[in-house]
Ligand binder design. Structure first.
Ligand SMILES: Cc1ncc(COP(=O)(O)O)c(C=O)c1O
Length: 443
């Protein structure tokens, strides 16, 4: 374990009501000046964080099972990441890479070329956020193919910019009232084995037939797919679904884009979740966990596709910022040095095992699913697949008062998703499940 983790006790410690008085005071200040469009899942404010624990301004040690929505994969305030970013900040903070380069940008692109699936020449563009990465993947695919159509899957989520809003499934809160939206985006059925009962081949045949009839393969520039859908509820597609989609894309000149903003960078115990399904995408998007909390994202893929754009067509002022790039290099180095991939697998074994045990006790748990440190529980009417939307708000409200931060997900708000740092100890993982057990017993 990272020695730095010990500088904040890796324990759940509750010293005030949560939210405490200092958090409530900050929340009142926030409400006066921060846009109401910026949601506040919990009215708590964090003073410092390390490993799996966030310490709020009232001194409560909160176990973070959301990891800043999947960003803190290697743990909060990792020493190596902080050092790399600080050293870079002392050296140079900004040049604009397109004007004057620096090594960390190039190194991140080398590492992404090395670790994304596929044994071919790859290139990368670095940007600032996941949504921006998805936008760029679409731009690149359109330029390469000379086509404009974009296909996405039901229950998908890709961001909050104008183009990515149009690519999202859920209207509320992501789209409602924000139109008009970008055109030529086509939503097709996904694979959701718990609900549709289809094999991967059957689900893929349904998706492909829908797109061929509704759009026509020859008009599609790209198909953008999250290998495990994040906001949609950590939906793991049936075996064979993704390989069939990739094959169809390859046969029809459609660029296959794997949106790995949430599932990538070792979250699932592989650098990219695509590898779990044996697929090799043409383009891969990365963001969230890539730089241990610093904002940087990228599109990586086949060199001939990535080079389709004319010079100046891709980029932006802060894209691939030196501190964030140096932090990303440190994240890759730490994953290798400390074999953090094995830690993601440990998290799966411990947490999934405990959640499966919990399912035996609470029949409202319809399904436990996920891979590595990307796990979820879907709540339904016992013995059916009818969503129970009341359970997750009850559990999350109960847990935060006990110093456990949990996140919801799912189109029907009936999924509890777990995105812990892979340095979260077995004790903390089991403790979290014990709190959820209490919450369910008090339902
Ligand atoms: C799969 C996926 N794509 C894109 C995004 C958008 O990323 P960002 O919030 O960094 O713009 C997210 C964010 O949750 C995501 O999960």
């Amino acid at each position: 374990m990272n020695t730095a983790v010990s500088s904040v006790a890796q324990e759940r410690i509750v010293v005030t009501e949560i939210p405490g008085p200092k958090s409530l005071a900050l929340h009142a200040r926030r409400q006066a000046v921060v846009s109401g469009g910026v949601s506040a899942t919990y009215p708590i404010y964090i003073d410092r964080a390390k490993g799996a624990i966030m310490v709020d301004v009232d001194g409560n040690h909160i176990v973070d099972m959301g990891g800043g929505i999947g960003v803190m994969t290697i743990g909060h305030s990792d020493d190596a990441v902080i050092e790399a970013a600080a050293a870079q900040a002392r050296a140079v903070t900004h040049t604009l890479f397109t004007v004057a380069g620096y090594e960390s940008y190039v190194r991140v692109c080398e590492l992404l070329a090395q670790h994304t699936p596929g044994d071919f020449a790859k290139k990368t563009v670095l940007v600032n956020s996941g949504a921006e990465a998805v936008e760029n993947a679409v731009k690149i695919a359109r330029k390469y193919t000379g086509r404009s159509g974009v296909a996405v899957l039901d229950h998908g989520y890709h961001g909050r910019t104008n183009l990515t809003m149009a690519m999202n499934f859920k209207a509320m809160p992501y789209k409602l009232g924000f139109g008009p939206f970008a055109g030529d985006i086509h939503h097709a059925p996904n694979s959701y084995p718990f609900h549709d009962g289809l094999s991967g081949e059957e689900a893929a045949a349904r998706t492909i037939s829908y797109l061929e009839k509704k759009v026509g393969a020859q008009d599609l520039a790209c198909l953008v797919v999250e290998p495990i859908q994040g906001e949609g509820g950590f939906i793991v597609p049936a075996d064979g679904f993704l390989p069939a989609l990739v094959k169809w894309c390859n046969e029809n000149g459609i660029v296959y884009v794997s949106d790995e903003v949430q599932s990538g960078i070792m979250r699932t115990g592989n650098y990219f979740a695509s590898s779990h399904f044996g697929i090799v995408p043409d383009l891969v998007t990365s963001a969230k966990g890539i730089a241990g909390g610093f904002p940087i994202a990228g599109v990586t893929g086949r060199a001939e596709i990535m080079d389709a754009s004319h010079a100046g067509g891709l980029g932006g002022t802060f894209g691939g910022n030196p501190m964030a790039a140096a932090a990303a290099v440190a994240v890759f180095e730490e994953i290798e040095k400390r074999d953090l991939m094995a830690e993601a697998k440990r998290v799966e074994k411990t947490l999934k095992g405990a959640l499966l045990e919990l399912q035996k006790k609470h029949p409202v748990i319809g399904e436990v699913r996920g891979v590595g440190a990307m796990l979820a529980v879907e709540f339904t009417e016992p013995g059916t697949d009818t969503p129970r939307a009341d359970v997750v708000p009850h559990i999350t409200a109960y847990a935060i008062k006990k110093g456990l931060l949990l996140l919801s997900a799912g189109t029907y708000g009936n999924v509890l998703r777990f995105l812990p740092a892979v340095v979260t100890s077995d004790e903390l993982l089991l403790d979290a499940v014990a709190v959820i057990d209490e919450a369910l017993s008090s339902l």
